[in-house]
Structure formats: C-alpha cells, structure tokens
Write a new protein. Sequence first.
Length: 601
Amino acid sequence: MLEKLSTSPEAHARGWIDAFGQCLAREDAEATNRLFQADSHWRNLCGISWDMATISGSQKLSGALCRRAREVAATGFEIDSRLLPPRKAVVAGLEVIEGIFRFGTVNGAGVGVVRLVPARGGDTAPKAWTISTLLDMENIASAEPTRAWPAADRFSASPDRLDRRRVEMAFEDREPDVLVVGGGHAGISAAVELKRMGFDALVVDRHERVGDNWRLRYNGLKLHNKTPVNHLRYMPFPQNWPDYLPKDTIANWLEAYVERMEVDFWTRTSFERAEYNEATQSWMALVRRGNGSARTLRPKHIVMATSVSGTPNIPNISTIENFAGKILHSSRFAGGAGWRGQSVVVMVTGTSGYDISQDLHANGADVTMVQRSPTLIVNIEPAQLYDKTYIGEGPSVDVRDLLNASVPLPVLKASHKLITKEVRAADATLLSRLEQVGFRLDFGEDGTGWPLKFRTRGGGYYFNVGCSELIAGKKIRLIQQGEIEKFVSDGLQLNDGSRLTANLVVLATGYKGPDHIVNSLFGKEVADRVGPVWGFDGETQELRNMWSRTGQPGLWFTGGAFSQCRIYSRFIALQIDAIEAGRLEKAATLRPELHDQGMRL
C-alpha cells in the first residue's frame, strides 16, 4: 500500500515545510489553510507560544498558527533528516509521509513532527494532516545542559563528595526553588529535569527508602508494558533486562537513579499543607520529618507528584461494617503467603485486583472475585500493540518520544480503535470463555482500548498474565456485586440465599485522582482555582492541569506512566524557567481566541 505515495518523501516534506515557513512569515492565514487537510490537527506543547493545547480544523488552526508564530517570531523552519529522514508510514490506518522539522522562536529552539497525506483530487502536492510544535522537548540536539548539571567527576564516592551531598540535601542554609511532593518515578523525573535547568529542587516522600512505593507493594506486581517503553531519561535500563520489570527491580533502579542524578531527596517526610504568600510569590509548605520535627519550606513552586492514583479509594460499601474478618485496601496487601487455606473475597475494578487474586490462588487461598463493573481484558502480548512506537528496531527513545508526543487526541483515538479491534480478534477465545462464566467485558470509550481508560479514569482494565484463565476455568470463583445481598460477620449473604464465608476482604477498588488531595492540602480557594486534574479537557484536548500552569501560581501536577513522565516532565522545567526569567505569566488565564468556548492557557 505504501508504494502509492511518492518515492521521494524527503522532497515532499522539504517542499511542504518551506511553503509553511513562507506562509507564516507573511502571516497569510488563508495560504496556510490551503496547506492543511480540512480535518487536520495542530498539537502545541510550549512550541509556538507556551500553550499546551490541540486545535482541530484547518481554518481554526491556520489562523492561530499565524498569530502565535508572529508573537514568538517563529522562523527558520527546516526538515531535520539527521534525527529522522522523512519516511512513509501508516498512522491510524492512513498512509502518510512523516518528518521531523526544526525552527526557532524568541523562547528557544523548537522541534516538531508533520504528517502529510498524498495529493488528492485537484491537489498538486501533499497536505498536512497533523503537525506538532514543541519547545526543545527532549533536548535531542547536542546542546549542553542549561545551567547546573553534575559533572562526571562529581560521581565519585570520595568522602568530600559524600560530605558535600549531605550538606546539599540538608537545605539548612537555603530554601528549595521547587518542592516536589512524591518520590516515585513521576517526582524523580520532574526533579531531574528541574535540576538540569539549574533549579534547586527537593523531593519529599513519606517512605523509608527511595523506591518503596514499588518495593512495598504485593509480590506479583510488574510493569505490564515492555521495558523499552519505560526507560528513565539519561540513564536507560540495561538492554539485557526482562521484557516486564518486577517491582523490586524498579524500586532499586529508582534508588540508584536518585543517587546517580544527585537528586536532593528527603525520605520519611510527610507533606502536611501549604499556603501561598502573594507578597513574596512563594509557598509556606509544612513538612514533617521522620524524627517528628517540622519545618516550613518556602519554595516558589510546588510540583505534586503523588501519582494519578495515589490516594486509596475506599468506597462506601453497604453493610461491610457487619464483616468481622480483616479488611485491606490493595495498597496494604503485601502478599498471599499468609492466607493459605483461607477464604478471601477480592472486590476488583482493575489490574491490582486481578494480580492479587492470582497471587492468593497461587498461595493456596480459596478466592472469590467480586466484579464491580465491566472490565477491559487484554492479553499481555497483544497489549503491546498500543506501544508499538517503542517496540522493535527504530530510532532512539528520544526520537520515538517526539513522534509519540506529536499525535493529537483525535488521531490517537482513531489509531486505538483499530488496534483494539486487532487485539479483540487475537484474544477472542479467552474473551468468549470469560463471557461464558458471566464476566462483563468492556473495550474502552467507543472501542479505544485501555490507554485512554487510564488517561480518563485511571483504571478499569487488566493485562492478563494468568488470572483470566483462572476465572474462565472456575478456579477463581466469580460473582457480580449485584449478587450480594449483604455482608455478614463471616462473609457474604447472596441474593439466592447462599452464604459465602471469608476470612479476608481485599478492596482492590482503585485510587482517587490527584485533585482529591488539593482541597485538603491547599484549601478550598486553591482547589477551586485549579479545578479538575487528570482526564481530558474538551477544549484543549489535553489532560487537565497536567505538566502545565494551573490557575494557582506556583502549583504544578505530574504523574502517569513512565513514558508520560519522561516526555512531559521537561515541559514543567521549561515553563518554570520561563516564569522565573519573566517571560511567562505565573498562572494560566482564559484566552478565548484559540477556541470558541475559551480555555485556560
């Protein structure tokens, strides 16, 4: 099929980008419009302007492009064949020419990706279907670190170095520029990028050791997408590591990464609350150390990295107070070895519940799974199709990140619908067996699969690594929540009159979103100013309040998968740098001219 495209993708890409640059230089919106398909999309991530938003429709995006290009003096558009020679590709089932380009702005060097579709009808040249513009997103070019980056000779284990690090991490004679709350991969990634930009960033985390947010979870926990997707920037995983990393491997690597990157990190430290001081334009953040002492830190910025699923969700389950046995949320479940020969009920909504049920069964427990809502099931290998940008031979991870970040939401949805059909076909036998035992299946909004379920609700899916076969084979009992009449002291009373005894109930009921903690830690006024966090905004077509300025000056949010944090943490550092340099307003405001209904930018 791809032979239908021109045999010279580079010539087409260079011709298009030259014409594009000339149109922007003339501020000719109509001519710019003619370079795009009617259903085209522009995704801007701090590239042409500081906006993080996607605009769809050639008429709308062409006008916005011209205005924004003028404001930031965007010039010098040219194809970068060194990073990736323009090539033929298939994206969301459509044949395209894909190329990377570079440009300059008053805010710094920019990089982007354009996808062209072949000439149609009376057209004489390809038109753009998608274009992305990013401000030096990956620092892919051979630029030197901006300000303060550890020199190679600083990584020795000399006494002088260790003494210096102890002094640096104590913050006794200074305040951090940025306080990062949460020491998982999201917080660490943000701190590393902030340090690379020259900021004094301090990470605080309540756990005993770096990596304990992984280390202390249930024994069967692994990453369910392959290792190439999950590299940390500047220190990728070894090539001989397994496809699916177990929790302790991840935990130990995070600990080593913090040491190697010289991240200032306080363990056994709880973030209790913070107030913003308008006069000083900084925070008063109260933290409590492991020895019980308290300190008020005064950073200019706080980055909340407590995960998009950081606060356990304990639902109001009718009559559960009748149960006299042990009740645990999945976050407190350490493993199934202690429950051999005992009856356990697991209330499930997503991956943790299935992993825990499988672990309990493997350790000899009698397991009953309670399905609370329809669940998306995908076998572990077909699940990798959603991440195929990273799997197999190809360009570097940095270039793959650039390509991945260039895909706007509407195109991502179209692509995932096709992949989900393919995955369902591959998993058809297992899915049929599950339905035969009464399992309720789901395939994501409009059949878009698990990745968008994660980005909207943070759960509701399971990568099958064996539990689905146990359910289909009736080795793990399955009941629906609607079959429960009530909890009783020794288990469950079912609607059909039967009783199900239990010694333990595990609430694998997921986690609350990051906006849940804003009110309790920052107060209602700040929570109202910020609004919802996570889930897609209907106007910007981006995740709400993630990696971008919020309505509250100095308050930022990060989280998500390893790949998301690797890609988007850079934008937090770039925006904070611009704010501190006086090039960017401290808080997001409504600017309605980009979208008819207005959006926060």
